[in-house]
Design a protein around this ligand. Structure first.
Ligand SMILES: [Cu+2]
Length: 117
């Protein structure tokens, strides 16, 4: 029984470290500077609401709210989740005008779109 308990504790510790490592790699703290274009989300508002990019360009999504949001194309050509007070990157794979929204709060964000050319 003592051995099983030790194994359980070790397993929990390893899993905890693994999740921590994934979080660090995937999402830089909000406020870290990216080289490209940025969409900021604060109080459910996408800013800027309209953006022009090149196909294949990476856009940084910075979430300043205390809850996660997504930038998800209505046509599903791209989607990314920005955790609370974190940022994430998304790449635009298709040319065209792509209205997008948040899958968690479909009716609470301002209308927004990205046009890729
Ligand atoms: Cu949202």
């Amino acid at each position: 029984m003592r051995t099983l308990t030790k194994l359980t504790i070790a397993l929990v510790a390893v899993l905890g470290m693994a999740f921590t490592a994934v979080g660090v790699v995937s999402h830089a703290p909000a406020g870290a500077q990216g080289a490209g274009k940025t969409i900021s989300i604060k109080d459910f508002q996408y800013n800027p609401a309209d953006m022009k990019v090149k196909v294949g360009e990476t856009v940084t999504v910075t979430n300043g709210d205390s809850m996660p949001h997504t930038v998800t194309a209505k046509d599903r050509s791209f989607s990314v989740e920005a955790p609370a007070n974190r940022q994430a990157n998304v790449t635009l794979p298709q040319a065209g005008s792509h209205p997008y929204g948040c899958t968690y709060h479909p009716d609470q964000h301002n209308p927004a779109s990205i046009t890729a050319s």
